[in-house]
Design a protein around this ligand. Sequence first.
Ligand SMILES: [Zn+2]
Length: 418
Amino acid sequence: MKEKLLIYNIGQLLTLKSSKDTPRKGKKLSDLGVVNNASVLIQGDKIAKCGVEREVLRGIKRSSISKEIDAKGMMVSPGFVDPHTHPVFFGTREEEFCMRLAGMKYMDIAAAGGGIRNSARRFRKATKSDIKKQTRTVLKRLLKHGITTIEAKSGYGLSFDSEVKALEVIKELNGKQPIEMVPTFLGAHEFPDEYRDNREEYIRILVEEMIPYVAENNLAEYCDIFCEEGVFDVEQSRKILKAAQKQGLKIRMHADEIHPIGGAELAAEIKAKTADHLVAISDEGIRMMAKAGVMPILLPATSFSLNTGKYAPARKMIEAGLPVCLSTDCNPGSSYTESASFVITLACLHLKMSPEEAFAAYTINPAYSLDRNHLIGSIEAGKMADLIIWETPNYREIPYHCSVNLVSRVIKGGKKVV
Ligand SMILES: [Zn+2]
């Protein structure tokens, strides 16, 4: 018999349950499926029953329950699903933060050899075990903030061996700590130092060597690219992403973050699963993404950290019927944060999203973006028991009580992990 865990006396349960099996769009984005005075019964790693307390408890012998948690009237939500992270890096880049404070722009630092290439130099020299150790620290912090599943990218190796090293770190840490990582190959994060004057050769290595190896060895589910002025242009991106699709990888894209070069349009054309950042997206890009069913992943902590004052046009996207998702973009350069609650605050203040929209964009929608909507992202019978018990009775306190971690306990697969 699988162990039974009962969480009772929940003041506010955000189920995110929906009658339709589609990501949340438009008005539906505000429907959190709130149940007051609720309970959740967990059996093994799955949710067995949930809803109004007296209904959950009806017909259940209390003696058959092995463990009970009194939520003391507080709020319970699904664990956050963070659909855009770069957690596998080595060393940090606070010196670049100070350069930005002194007035330098992120892309100028990158052009001068800093940025992603700075991380790549450190990453290449580091041993796998040192990288794993640092990655574990990042994962621990994400978990403390209630994040139970992430999409995790490579992209600080920029060579065959180092990119494989990054993806192996993800593979080896999956199952060895509580967070599930969905791996994405991001060899096309930047052109490495040695191919600055021979970019076509790096693209050849990506297309003919790295992507086939990654796909054959099941090292990634998705392939991503930094499609941006001065990095991979639209034509180069199309070539690399089509090669990845041919090998069976699904597509996510860093698109139109700084310049509107047509990244969103390309995402629509090749039917990418997601297009991310989108600060500079065109109206045509929004229209095309909606038509093609590409999900937007918005990263307001990056705009905040780079202090550009420019945020993605979330309201336009919601009005166009796009199923918006939120994420930390946790990385050592442009967004060094592991806090989902902080991202929710920024989404409310700068993306003009409501607290309701922000919660849906951080749970059920990103579960769809990772093709795991049948498993995670909502609190429903049959789904994985991934949930957060909060220190507050009301979800609206999360954006409002800013920059404070109100996560009290985290349950992942039925086990208490925080
Ligand atoms: Zn990113």
